[in-house]
Design a protein around this ligand. Structure first.
Ligand code: ACO
Length: 339
């Protein structure tokens, strides 16, 4: 696609040099498992864990799991529809769809194309973006660039995951941490920001500490398609980079932590979130926390938390939001925006 001159776009005058979120939505599968319920399920297979251990080490109290046969697109579509409704837009208005996911419906086509079909939004570009738990900040950054370049004026950016599909329920160090869900935003061209600053990073040298090392070849699954994590290595890397990347977007926008109304970090672990907020100087009461109820939903966690904050009436138009992601790759990034 040639930016700004694609055949799909010339009839649409793109107004505004900025991109702004105009609607949010989210969706969780109905099946909710508390720590006690999960512990009982694991105990049946001889795996020991407890609500006390999970809550103390992670802050997680419950998570939602999709039923068998439910894919990322099934969670993404209601989240997208809620975001479109909030923005006062219809699927036909979309000229870009990006889905951040590490748990796509199938090898191909992309989950974004499946979501496009289910929404009835044919014609616009649609693609998946894979940056694991940093996926949403990566996708929002790409969409912001495309809107500011004139390649789109009404974009749908989704994070959608069914991480339960990847969990090894014989590994208590990982299976208690994750959940399923989806969150979405509509991002539109605007005369005023909107998105103020974005910064993305990756360091592939750490690919092995958080991975699902399986693939498909010759009609067979090759490797082990279950989530593997060295939790302590991830913890150390995450707390080492997150305050730096958050400070970088603040500096770039000429803002300080005092200007941040709401800090919305990737919801992986309450201890990582609290440590980052402390280092930045953002008070705990300005951090949106949903990890307690959702677990770690990877690329879905930030837009889910954002939508919850909006629907609870805590996040209001004009608020300054600091979003921040970290995950497998190793990847990390931040986005600062005026809502
Ligand atoms: N229940 C009970 N005991 C457990 C459990 C469990 N679910 N899991 C581990 N343990 C035990 C271990 O076996 C170990 O026992 P031992 O001392 O007898 O050997 C003990 O608890 C301590 O284990 P550690 O792994 O050292 O526990 P730690 O305090 O490091 O906490 C955790 C583990 C929560 C995973 C932590 O390392 C962490 O939060 N890491 C970051 C993970 C993360 O945030 N990942 C997501 C970011 S990227 C992304 O989102 C994909």
């Amino acid at each position: 696609m040639t930016l700004a001159s694609s055949a799909a776009f010339p009839a649409r005058a793109v107004s505004g040099a900025h991109a702004r979120i105009t609607g949010t939505g989210s969706h969780l599968p109905a099946r909710r498992l508390t720590n006690d319920e999960l512990a009982a399920r694991l105990a049946a297979d001889g795996i020991e864990t407890s609500d006390a251990w999970i809550t103390e080490r992670t802050g997680i109290r419950a998570r939602h799991f999709a039923d068998p046969g439910v894919g990322a697109s099934d969670l993404a579509v209601p989240a997208a529809q809620a975001a479109l409704t909030a923005a006062g837009r219809r699927a036909e208005d979309l000229d870009l769809i990006i889905v951040a996911t590490s748990t796509p419906d199938m090898v191909f086509p992309s989950t974004a194309c499946i979501v496009q079909r289910k929404l009835g939004a044919a014609g616009c570009p649609a693609f998946d973006l894979q940056a694991v738990c940093s996926g949403f900040v990566y996708a929002l950054t790409v969409a912001d660039s495309m809107v500011r370049a004139g390649a789109a004026r009404c974009a749908l950016v989704i994070g959608a995951e069914v991480f339960s599909h990847l969990l090894d329920f014989s590994d208590r160090t990982t299976c208690v941490l994750f959940g399923d869900g989806a969150g979405a935003v509509v991002l539109e061209a605007s005369d005023a920001p909107g998105i103020l600053a974005c910064e993305l990073h990756a360091d592939g040298r750490h690919a092995d500490i958080l991975c699902t090392p399986g693939s498909i070849a010759g009609g067979q699954v090759v490797g082990r398609p279950l989530l593997h994590m060295d939790g302590q290595a991830v913890f150390k890397l995450a707390v080492g980079v997150l305050d730096q990347v958050a400070q970088a977007v603040l500096d770039r926008a000429g803002r300080t932590a005092a200007d941040v109304d709401w800090f919305i970090p990737h919801q992986a672990n309450l201890r990582i979130m609290a440590s980052t907020a402390r280092k930045l100087g953002v008070p705990a009461e300005r951090v949106i926390v949903t990890v307690d109820e959702h677990g770690n939903t990877s690329a879905a966690s930030i837009p889910l938390a954002l939508d919850h904050g909006v629907r609870q009436g805590r996040i209001r138009p004009g608020d300054t939001l600091l979003l921040e992601g970290v995950g497998g790759g190793f990847t990390w990034g931040a986005v600062l925006l005026d809502f």
